[in-house]
Design a protein around this ligand. Sequence first.
Ligand code: NAD
Length: 478
Amino acid sequence: MTTTLEFFGHVIGGVEVPSLDGARFDTVNPWTRQAWAEVALGSRADAEAAVTAARQAFDEGPWPRMGYGERQRLLHRLAAAMEDNADELAAADSRDMGKPLNQCHHDVARAAMNFRFFADHAKMATAEALPMDTGHHAYTRFEAAGVVVAIAPWNFPLMLESWKVAPALAWGNTVVLKPAEDTPTSATIMARLALEAGLPPGVLNVVHGYGADSVGAALTEDPRVDRITFTGETGTGKIISRAASANLTPVSLELGGKNCNIVFADAELDNAVHWSIQSIFRNAGQICLSGSRLFVERPILDAFLEKFVASAEAMRIGDPLNTETDFGPLASEEHFHKVKGYIDTVEQWGGRILSGGVGEGWQVKPTVLVDMPLDSPHVTEEIFGPVVIIHPFDTEDEVIALANESDYGLDAQVFTENLHTAHRVSARLQVGTVWVNCFFIRDLRAPFGGVGSSGVGREGGNFSREFFTEPKAVVMQI
Ligand code: NAD
């Protein structure tokens, strides 16, 4: 029996199109391990066509010229369309990467919120006016930068794409979005909805395909591009940074993490367990922000472990499309083998698997490791799966040294009931975000990004404005 799979094309210049050479690839549902849709497989020529469309829409089209209010209205319409089509968008992400459907719905809601927030932020933003001693006045204009290339990873497909696309559009740029090859479909749906909402042709283009030697590389090497915003692996970020430097194209890089989660003995235990579980096992651990190095103050280690392991084992593993499921398979066969590789070598390194391990299909269960040497790859490398290393500590200085030992510096969680400890430790951690007694709570005005190998630049609120515009000083004699 032959079945016809649904097809998702590129969206270029306001039209959904196949690849110029007709090539396609399958997108696979990691739970069934079967192809569920076909997607246009782009080449350099498709990438160039998308940049041409975005360039033309920026240079000649209405979008950069229509004003903040009209763009705000259209972006709100897009947000509403995404909410109206939340079932389709959430199911697309769930099928593409195996994320539980209820978490995909959360991501769709946050994606719509991103469009609303950045549309409002651009409209409401004020620019500094600087009265000068000389009798002159200086003020700042935030001009749209031009064509923005946004390259996204597969772990929060729609949500991370909107985090880039929304501010870029709100500030008057046009965009070429390249979703990850493992999670292509929600981007095409979003671009279809953008056209329905009334965004002019060429304002939001989507081109599908691979990174190296393909669509991704072509986009980052194109001299007609004015900004590149990338989220993905640190190694890829370095390649993109090199490509961008040939044209002096500014880049924003949101990269990997090996984040620490510190639980002090005075923490509210149930709250610390709840958020520690979320931070490492939500999305099957495939979160750049995950608290994969968990340091617990020794007096409460046994009590914490008992509750933590019980909560990990209570997670409902199953079909991601079932709304009862809170833990799905890993996103692809390749990624499963990468994570399994770490689990296979735990004993070789002298560590112990306290709970979890490899499951059915492409599944790794919530896995708790103890006794891991601090120089083992399990502790130093980003596993990007549901694997947590738990390690006791005795003093604040010791745990801060352990936390800052990493090359990465994306975020950290601190659990304590002591206000002084919370502030002191937050100040000493070398990371982009510290969550105290919580995790994953975001204010879109706050800076988001990492230090060291976790990235370059910050996005969010005014930080996105700085990146997606060319701030211009105007100095007037009064
Ligand atoms: P990846 O780097 O393999 O791929 C990300 C994107 O880059 C994909 O769209 C891919 O096709 C493209 N790409 C690959 N090579 C390229 C090249 N040479 N030129 C241009 N584009 C190229 O990352 P991934 O596996 O999709 O995502 C997981 C990684 O992303 C993890 O390291 C995770 O920590 C990180 N991440 C970071 C954040 C953050 O905010 N800091 C958020 C989510 C994920």
